[in-house]
Design a protein around this ligand. Sequence first.
Ligand code: SAM
Ligand code: SF4
Length: 332
Amino acid sequence: MNLIDDYKRKHDYLRISLTDKCNFNCVYCNPKNHFIKGLQKNYLLTFEEIERIVKLFASKLGFKKIRFTGGEPLVRKDVFKLFEKVGSLKKDYGFKLGVTTNGSLVVNKTGLLKKFGFDNLNISLDTLDKEKFYKITGKDDLEKIIGVIEEAERNGFNPVKVNVVVIKGINDNEIVDFIDYFKNRNVNVRFIEFMPFGSNDWQKNGFISYKEIKESVEKKVKLIPAINEKNAVAKDFQIAEHLGKVSFITSISEHFCSTCNRVRISADGKFRVCLFSQGESYINFKEMFRNGFSDEEIIEKLDLAIKTKWEKHPEPEELANALNNNMMAIGG
Ligand code: SAM
Ligand code: SF4
């Protein structure tokens, strides 16, 4: 059985948020640091519940990709125990496994991730300037993150994906610097459009579109379109004599809703059929598990929920006013 919505989109990629807490306060994601729900008892899915979710999606719904995210997934206590367990499930079910992290807590652990079977490692890094790094994240960790990207390359993450959220007036003057810096490295730099959420003070004048970002790159280097993976959210390019690809994630200016194959589960167990959902399809794994639902009963509910998925997400101004959204809680 597959999860197919009313627009014939088949879903086979699950992103699971492990926590809505974070050790960083990125200005575009967690500016007010008001997320404290994770401190409540029994708020989070347990590791056993997450393992059951992974098994269910991989074995009964044909899911091919699982990614952990957050908040910062690595702040979750004992998370490597979960990673090892889920890594071992890969052998039975053959999905691809990934994690998106700010990198600060994977220092000296990227080898372990590889050993557990992680295929993909995405590390967020929005500036190459030490002071600006502090201003954006509230942490003085630039060197650490640069170091962990190198460590991940050495440990076989080829490529390491580096996520850069581009914000006008903050880091848009560094776009070409990023490309130069990683020129000889097996790193895929991915420029992400700044997305609005109810709580991130998104301002239209901070937004810079894919076209503008690409134009500023093309003033310096020629971008050669690369073959994109099916269902890819990134537009990939190569540059002559550069080892890694450069990509653009155009969620706002050129949304990729028509080929969306993703569903999400928030840290507290809510099933979300779209990153920007407003609650219309919420079913909660925590509640279903704790009320003794069988896998078959859960699949029936998921099948109903996926049919509520909209054809495409609303316009950015509307999203910016939505109350029910925050990257931290949803799992970006
Ligand atoms: N803490 C981890 C990290 O920073 O990679 C994982 C969670 S974070 C929410 C996942 C991704 O979402 C990161 O690459 C981050 O830069 C991106 N992100 C967060 N807020 C965003 C926003 N408003 N617009 C675009 N991307 C955003
Ligand atoms: Fe934390 Fe990641 Fe959000 Fe930054 S982008 S505040 S590291 S969750």
